[in-house]
Design a protein around this ligand. Structure first.
Ligand code: SF4
Length: 403
């Protein structure tokens, strides 16, 4: 029995159009109420009004949330819904363990580990975790563990050699014809295995202040035909800022493609707003969005709805996953992931071996196991459903394909 019972929750006025999406959203909402009994935002909600027992009322208006003070009936804030959801993300291991009905000892261990790279996970993502399961594959990706403090030989702060490839204005160029622009150091979730968990964003120039210089540098290099927006998570910045950046990049004649590497459609699907889709739809650049999902359970119906809307304007949707011990290191898990991705119109692109970043050794899966897993996938899936197993070796001119 979840610790936070539904019965203490709000009265919900039924959706105007009671279709399957609305049902899906309401289930998600009811399953995982915020401990303070404020509602979770659940994508572009069809609920016209949600009343809560908390001293506020939320009005859902497609992508915005109006927070109304009940005592004055006046709006106290107007905020895009995804920003509200991000503001309410779980940052405290004890709260996360309480929400999931887990032993407090688990939280205590996490507390002792998370100072340098703190816990951050949106409540929508938490809602897809299994109650009472400390080995839930989604939980393992976000909950700090004591093993992070181990000093494992070969696990270093810059495992893919990005520091020598920095060009000073938030740009990184490792491969011919493509350059990567660090749009922000922020993310909507902190993945414990992240190869940039120690990246020095503050000194990298990854900020709006350096965008003009970065675009000028791209303009001066005729060999660049593709710009990759990365981070952190590039979709974490405001639509207005993103629109200006995309516009400026598109003004460079030799740039043909814009690639966006993001985990946000998976962990914060409410971010896929109409305005964002408009930006991606109206640029002259060919847009490719590479999402990052590691497990089929991450891709629930709320995520599916956002991705399907994105698929209507983005010609190429790909997924890159990381092979992670305890999360997706079985053929069954990887097959389910590929099947689910294809259901959503996403091509499984890469399965990366873990980049050996300090603190992440508990996730490591040996290369020969990865190769065997891909063999199994080949025997059971059509070729287009089998991702390439890849490793990134510092200083090499491309990724190394292992299977
Ligand atoms: S979302 Fe991406 S950049 Fe951010 S912590 Fe996770 S893996 Fe790293």
């Amino acid at each position: 029995m979840p610790r936070h019972s539904n019965t203490s929750l709000a009265t919900i006025i039924p959706p105007v159009n009671a279709d399957s999406t609305a049902t899906c959203s309401s289930e998600l909402f009811l399953k995982h109420p915020h401990p303070k009994e404020t509602p979770l935002y659940t994508g572009e909600s069809r609920f016209p009004t949600i009343m809560t027992t908390a001293p506020i009322t939320f009005l859902m208006e497609t992508s915005t949330v109006r927070v109304i003070d009940r005592t004055t009936s006046q709006p106290s804030a107007v905020r895009e819904a995804w920003k509200q959801e991000l503001a309410e993300a779980v940052r405290d291991p004890t709260e996360l363990c309480t929400l999931l009905n887990l032993d407090p000892v688990v939280a205590h261990r996490a507390d002792n580990t998370s100072q340098n790279f703190p816990l951050l996970v949106p409540r929508g993502f938490v809602s897809r975790m299994q109650q009472g399961d400390p080995n839930d594959p989604l939980l393992l990706q976000v909950l700090p563990r004591l093993e992070e403090l181990d000093d494992t030989p070969g696990f270093v702060s810059d495992p893919v050699g990005e520091q020598p490839a920095r060009r000073g204005t938030g740009l990184i160029q490792k491969y011919h014809g493509r350059c990567l622009l660090l749009v922000t150091g922020g993310c909507a979730v902190h993945c414990r295995y992240c190869f940039r968990r120690e990246f020095p964003y503050a000194e990298s120039g990854a900020s709006p202040a350096s965008f003009a210089d970065a675009v000028a540098e791209i303009r001066s290099d005729q060999s660049i035909s593709e710009v990759i927006l990365s981070g952190g998570d590039p979709l974490l910045v405001d639509d207005q800022l993103l629109e200006t950046l995309v516009h400026d990049i598109a003004s460079v004649p030799h740039v043909r493609r814009l690639r966006i590497h993001t985990r946000i459609p998976v962990v914060l699907p409410s971010r896929i707003t109409k305005q964002l889709l408009h930006i991606l739809h109206t640029t002259r650049l060919t847009v490719c969005v590479v999402i990052h999902s590691n497990h089929a359970a991450e891709l629930d119906c709320v995520v599916a709805e956002s991705i399907q809307r994105m698929g209507q304007v983005v010609p190429l949707l790909l997924n890159q996953a990381v092979l992670l011990r305890g999360v997706n290191d079985t053929a069954e898990s990887l097959i389910q992931l590929s099947e689910r991705l294809l259901d959503l119109g996403i091509t499984p692109y890469y399965l990366h071996l873990l980049d050996p970043v300090r603190g992440a050794s508990a996730f490591d899966v040996p290369e020969h196991v990865g190769v065997q897993l891909i063999e199994e996938l080949r025997n059971r899936l059509p070729g287009y459903a089998v991702p390439r197993l890849a490793r990134e070796n510092p200083g090499t001119p491309s990724k190394t394909w292992l299977a």
